[in-house]
Design a protein around this ligand. Structure first.
Ligand code: ADP
Ligand code: MG
Length: 453
């Protein structure tokens, strides 16, 4: 069922006759995007609100929107009120940047290969205003303390203030790209993205900060530069050796599109997501104690495999090269190479299947990606495997896989509208029964990339 059919069914369920239900659904669909843009709320919030208005209309109450309860405060309104309460004035610039999901392409990026990512409809919102006393004041709704750093200082922060290293890292990165950093400023961030959940809140914070600093100094470099500034901040100031996926997807996201990142450029493009597909995240909150060391080991094993196959990166090796040269590799390096070479082929096949609108085929590739992580790359865990097994056996699920680096974290499910809260609750319950804690379940939609509001 596509969205229009779903809405028609919903309107019918709420009591409208068949003809009016279809008209109402069409109106709802048309009005929701406009309403969301006007009010700064998500499309989903707009839909919920407009539906309420329509139901009241049918019950004989006036159809005017004023008749319905106020929609929940938008992120923009929340940010404005937080900024005002903290700094006693309004921000001059507001920006937002989304979190992201790795759709398919597990550990392919540092092997020169492609990844498909999805920017989601949740993210980080930043407000800034200049100060003329040379102080930079940073506030976050997640931390009670305001951190004050003189504009003349760019020291790395520790302890409770260490989250400020993300915006500070952006400020430190700007001159590296021949751009000017603003001097004194007030800065406030709010977010509806869980942190540390593999949805890349850090990249969202970097991109929202970068756009805010650039807008307030009236500098407008291209999108690729903004993405690189975010990554530079994370690699060099925060000190996390991440690839370009997180910032690239947050920067290049587009509603109803996936972002294709080619690790070789890197170059960025978008691929339309056919209608009728939904994404769900099941976050297990499990994390292998040695995860950093395990990532480093996988990196090393891939480089060893590439060297053994005589290529500079595994993207340049084929199934045939591997088959002909397998004896030159250690069994571990051979397994890692088989995963990466197969995964790169799966990313390419996924793009083709998306273009053909073949959702079951996309799902099959996603689950195959997980099986390869499980048996060849060995970066899955029994918890993640359990979720994938449960999901794959649930009707309405096209496919499921670990999303992100692995060794714990989250599983993504790619579903038809047939899979809803009820089915998600069944999977969640069986996981709870087995492992004693329920995963966090998040239904997401594909949203737009970082922007100045
Ligand atoms: P992920 O990027 O997967 O969410 P990371 O560990 O890379 O996890 O980044 C999370 C860190 O980013 C947090 O610990 C915090 O320092 C910073 N961060 C993210 N969102 C916010 C926020 N709204 N306010 C302050 N800091 C934030
Ligand atoms: Mg991160």
């Amino acid at each position: 069922m596509n969205e229009l059919e779903q809405l028609t069914a919903l309107c019918a369920k709420l009591g409208a006759e068949a003809g009016p239900a279809a008209t109402m659904a069409a109106q709802l669909q048309k009005r929701a995007s406009q309403f969301a843009a006007e009010r700064g709320v998500t499309r989903e919030e707009a839909m919920r609100y407009l539906l309420e208005v329509m139901v009241k209309g049918r019950q004989g109450e006036p159809w005017q929107e004023a008749g319905a309860s106020r929609p929940p405060p938008s992120m923009r309104e929340k940010l404005l009120s937080r900024f005002n309460a903290t700094f006693g004035r309004s921000p001059t610039v507001i920006t937002r940047a989304p979190g992201r999901i790795e759709f398919i392409g597990n550990h392919t990026d540092y092997n020169g290969g492609p990844v498909l990512g999805a920017a989601i409809d949740r993210g980080v919102w930043v407000g800034v205003a200049p100060r003329d006393d040379g102080d930079r004041r940073f506030g976050s709704e997640q931390y009670s303390q305001i951190v004050v750093v003189a504009a003349s200082e760019l020291e790395k922060q520790n302890g409770a203030a260490d989250w400020v290293n993300y915006p500070l890292g952006v400020l430190a990165a700007l001159p590296e790209f021949a751009l000017r950093a603003p001097e004194g400023l007030d800065f406030m961030v709010i977010s509806d993205l869980p942190t540390g959940a593999g949805l890349s809140s850090s990249a969202a914070l970097e991109l929202a900060s970068a756009l805010a600093f650039l807008e307030m100094t009236n500098q407008h470099p291209d999108r690729e530069t903004v993405v690189k500034i975010g990554r530079h901040a994370e690699n060099h100031f925060v000190g996390v050796p991440c690839g370009i996926l997180d910032q690239g997807v947050s920067g290049f996201g587009k509603t109803d599109h996936l972002v294709h990142v080619d690790g070789r450029g890197p170059t960025f493009s978008t691929v339309p997501m056919p209608a009728g597909a939904n994404l769900w995240i099941f976050n297990t909150h499990t994390k292998h104690a040695l995860v950093d060391g395990l990532y480093a080991a996988r990196h090393r094993e891939c480089m060893e495999a590439a060297a053994g196959l005589g290529v500079s990166a595994l993207v340049d090796a084929s199934e045939e090269t591997l088959a002909a040269n397998e004896s030159k590799l250690s069994p571990i390096a051979a397994r890692r190479a088989r995963h990466i070479i197969g995964e790169i082929a799966r990313v390419r096949a996924t793009v083709e299947a998306l273009q053909a609108g073949d959702l079951p085929r996309v799902g099959g590739l996603l689950t195959a990606s997980h099986r390869s992580s499980q048996s060849l790359f060995e970066n899955s865990t029994r918890e993640l495997d359990f979720l994938v097994d449960q999901l794959a056996a649930t009707s309405g699920v096209y496919g499921a896989r670990v999303t992100g680096g692995g060794f714990g974290g989250a599983v993504m499910a790619f579903t038809s509208p047939e899979f809803g809260e009820t089915q998600a609750a069944v999977v969640s319950k069986s996981y709870h029964e087995k492992y004693g804690a329920a995963p966090d379940v998040l239904r997401t939609q594909l949203g737009d990339g970082a922007e100045v509001i």
